[in-house]
Design a protein around this ligand. Sequence first.
Ligand code: MN
Length: 283
Amino acid sequence: MKLALFNGNRLGVVRGETIVDVTSALPAWDNGYMANFWLRLCHDFDTLRPRLEEAAQSGAGVPVSQVRLNAPVLNPTKILAAASNYGAHKEEMAARRDFTGHAAWLSEFDVFLKAPSSIIGPDDTVYLPDVGDREIHHESELAFVIGKTAKDVPAERALDYVLGYTILLDITVRGDGDRSRRKSYDGFTPIGPYVVTADEIGDPHNLHIQLWVNGQTKQDVNSGDMLVKIPEMISYASKVFTLNPGDVFTTGSPPGVGQIHAGDTMVTEIEKIGRMTNYVKAR
Ligand code: MN
């Protein structure tokens, strides 16, 4: 099932090129907290799925091209991100000279946080902040959404905690300084176009990931090249943080990262998920 948020956070189910508004199939949760309906949906998805499927079957759809898609996540308590998780990306980073010293920890797998306030949606624009002579780069990544509260989860059961998968661009200022700042400027986390539930993805480590800038291929890899796989990633992170339903976890950049400039158009595609376009402009 492909879940989308659109036209001001209506809930949609996408089938082919059609989107059906299934918002009215959600229960009237009495917490008065409609801003959190998405987190509640993630938490209760297994229970809600039959009624969403029924609404998607019986509802009249409209072409996806006629709606305004939003990021298919809402108010995550955190965005977790894997660092240094593709061998060839570690090599291209080690060759750069814009660090004042290439600290060993920068090349090791770890997880860090991106600010949820940096999220934008498909067709949205990344406005470049003034960062002097620093470069701002694209990183196209497979990301997933947590569906169950996860704490100290063993790797063998970790995939049970994944609701579905999506595309995430981890826009990054290169050079010195803390990752959480360099990757959390407003607009630095495009996510979309949909969350595709885990059952439709099958093996998340066999997906073609591609990114084009102005039509030119920049990143082109299979997610199977990840060094630390998703179950180990969840297990590791869940020893640090409680992973909450709706949290977003991005799996690290493949090689081929590069500078983006005002006027650029970025297109990212991940097999079985879809394709997302984002624009780059000066702030
Ligand atoms: Mn990244």
